[in-house]
Design a protein around this ligand. Structure first.
Ligand SMILES: [Zn+2]
Ligand SMILES: [Zn+2]
Length: 281
């Protein structure tokens, strides 16, 4: 069983349509793929309709949370997408994403970067708008030469000149929301320094006490030392260790399947538990 528990499509800020994500997951030899777009389940239907034989789709979502001013990402799986409270919170986050994207474009204009909302909107298409869409518009406008550059202090990186914050959930509440909707949660990339703060162990322990199911150990932005630490911490806290590529298509070099739950035997637990739950549903 090889499951990549973290991927994005054009339903949020990935560059591959959901059907293409499924095709690439299959081509990578995966047994299961979780589609975890930011704050939306909009890609699930198209992914399910395009599912190649032998591949299992784990419907999921990466929920935007914030704790003490730091961004926290929470992966949720197999929840009831029609749950009213969860759906309302996701809609609120998406609405806030739209407002803040427009505000960031305004600030970029003030800074002399010739990026318009129309350009960003065209790149985002039907997807939940995110900073990578703005970054791509900045590349197209010749402001920067690669999307990564947008995330520095000069532009839309956290605390950057054109950065604007938005609504996000308290992570313990988000764990509760997903659980109440019948799903399970995995804390995404808690020790990926490049993606914000390194989450302290006691914060992870608090989330475990709040009902967190697992922690993402195998993520491309977490090195060997962090993986070893998180594996031990997960064992201590009774959390399952999970893994995923966090593939965003062209933005991340089409890396689907580069990380999965296969690396260590016990990590099959997370995919097996999740898939069992799916069968029961
Ligand atoms: Zn994330
Ligand atoms: Zn992600």
């Amino acid at each position: 069983m090889r499951a990549d528990m973290h991927s994005h499509s054009t339903a949020s800020d990935g560059t591959s349509a959901p059907a293409e994500v499924m095709q690439r997951a299959s081509a990578a030899g995966l047994d299961a793929i979780a589609l975890t777009d930011h704050d939306t389940v909009a890609g699930h239907r198209a992914a399910a309709d395009a599912l190649p034989p032998g591949l299992t789709l784990v419907p999921g979502m990466e929920l935007s949370c914030r704790l003490d001013g730091h961004s926290v990402h929470l992966l949720g799986y197999l929840f009831d997408a029609d749950d009213a409270e969860l759906a309302a919170e996701c809609a609120r986050i998406r609405e806030s994403r739209l407002h803040r994207a427009r505000a960031m474009v305004d600030r970029l204009a003030e800074l002399g970067a010739p990026v318009t909302w129309e350009q960003v909107s065209e790149i985002a298409g039907d997807g939940v708008v995110g900073r990578p869409h703005i970054a791509r518009a900045m590349v197209a406008a010749g402001v920067i030469s690669s999307p990564d550059e947008a995330f520095g202090p000069d532009w839309i990186g956290t605390g950057g000149r054109a950065h604007v914050t938005r609504y996000a959930l308290d992570p313990a509440r988000a764990v509760g929301l997903i659980r109440a909707a019948g799903g399970v949660t995995v804390l995404a990339h808690p020790r990926a320094g490049a993606r914000g703060r390194m989450m302290p162990d006691d914060v992870i322990a608090d989330l475990a006490a709040a009902g967190l199911h697992g922690v993402e150990v195998w993520h491309p932005d977490q090195g060997q030392e962090q993986r070893a630490h998180l594996t031990a911490l997960a064992a201590d806290l009774g959390l399952v260790a999970s893994g995923g590529s966090d593939d965003h298509g062209a933005l991340t070099g089409y890396r689907i399947g580069c990380e999965s739950t296969q690396q260590v035997g016990r990590n099959e637990e997370v995919s097996v538990a999740i898939l069992k739950k799916k069968k029961m549903a």
